[in-house]
Design a protein around this ligand. Structure first.
Ligand SMILES: NC(=O)c1ccc[n+]([C@@H]2O[C@H](COP(=O)([O-])OP(=O)(O)OC[C@H]3O[C@@H](n4cnc5c(N)ncnc54)[C@H](OP(=O)(O)O)[C@@H]3O)[C@@H](O)[C@H]2O)c1
Length: 322
């Protein structure tokens, strides 16, 4: 049975298809009329090269489209639910994407990710980020980290983040210690709510992590003042979560065609526009949309190619969401 989200997406994209048809015809002026308008948002394969941005502390370049695992990878041993996730991962790495964010507190997500990555032999291609989450004290944090390594079937991770400003001083010190031991390449701090960004900014100044992970979207723009200028000043990479407001942004544009100007930036879906909005902030290093569906993965990856949004297009997108 189609899920509510499937329905919303299909309805929105069908509308987008009709809206874009005249544009496609215009772009082919002089050519014979098309028998039927192409489906702009058919699940056409990803092509092109993903944009990359540098992690300020090292200069290492990473692809701007990553992925999250909250919800999407929390499927336990359910074989039917794991099948599309294999394809979600395959498409991700085939496009050259690398950054995957998870957490020990996302129920089975680390186990599922660890199994699927190991089965497909993908570990060398990935930049894995996990967290010290919901723990108190160094011993609990260390035990949790070792458990994460076991669940992810790896002996190190690329990024370890002290999660949601809990026991931050101790957990971040542990992340640094593990970095010195070579078990962690980068350290980070995370949060997912705008109300926490002032405190997060204080911790960025105090601890100078390599990464900060925050929420940012066309309807949650607090990071533009609270986080981005500081991240640039201090040379901290920015990872963006909740770019789709956990999917709620799609409901807000339900039934609306994508704006005509979307074709100017090579976009043919709302999802691509939302991600391009995030990436048009120069302080953003990588965005981590979560999906359980292969065609959404392809859609998300497409946002990481071609032009981003200029100021006028950013304002038009915000206005279009309404
Ligand atoms: N540090 C923190 O405190 C924190 C908090 C929240 C999240 N995070 C991280 O950030 C990641 C992303 O955040 P999130 O999972 O909350 O939400 P999100 O990425 O804003 O939205 C995910 C939702 O959007 C849908 N979706 C994805 N791609 C789509 C597309 N192209 N078209 C239509 N729908 C699409 C997904 O449904 P389908 O499965 O149907 O595609 C899913 O329900 C998390 O997974 C997690 O790794 C961190």
């Amino acid at each position: 049975m189609a899920s509510r989200r499937d329905f919303l997406t299909t309805a929105t994209l069908t509308a987008a298809g009709f809206a874009l048809a005249p544009l496609v015809a215009c772009s082919q002026e002089g050519a014979p009329p098309l028998a039927a308008p192409p489906a702009p948002h058919a699940d056409t394969p990803f092509s092109g090269t993903l944009l990359k941005r540098a992690i300020p502390v090292s200069g290492e370049q990473i692809p701007v489209i990553g992925m999250g695992t909250s919800g999407s990878f929390e499927v336990g041993r359910d074989a039917a639910a794991r099948t599309p996730l294999r394809e979600v991962l395959r498409r991700f790495t085939a496009a050259g994407a690398t950054v995957i964010d998870t957490a020990p507190t996302y129920s089975s997500a680390e186990d599922v990710l660890g199994d699927l990555v190991a089965d497909a032999g993908l570990r060398p291609k990935l930049f894995l980020a996990t967290k010290l989450s919901g723990v108190s004290g160094r011993d609990e944090g260390l035990a949790q980290f070792n458990d994460s390594l076991r669940r992810l079937q790896t002996d190190k991770v690329e990024l370890l983040q002290a999660h949601n400003l809990r026991d931050t001083q101790t957990q971040f010190a542990l992340a640094r210690e593990l970095q010195q031991q070579g078990k962690v390449r980068y350290t980070g701090l995370t949060h997912y709510r705008e109300e926490a960004q002032a405190e997060l900014a204080d911790e960025m100044r105090r601890l100078k992590p390599d990464f900060v992970q925050i929420n940012y979207s066309p309807v949650s723009r607090g990071a533009e003042t609270a986080i981005f200028p500081l991240a640039r000043e201090l040379g901290i990479a920015v990872m963006v979560n909740r770019a789709f407001e956990d999917g709620r942004l799609f409901a807000q544009v339900k039934g609306k065609p994508v704006p005509a100007w979307a074709s100017e930036v090579g976009a043919d879906s709302w999802g691509q526009l939302f991600l391009k909005f995030v990436l048009s902030e120069p302080a953003v290093t990588v965005v981590i949309p979560a999906t359980s569906k292969p065609h959404h993965q392809t859609d998300n990856l497409k946002a990481g190619t071609g032009a981003l949004l200029d100021e006028k297009q950013r304002a038009a997108l915000v206005a279009a969401i309404g």
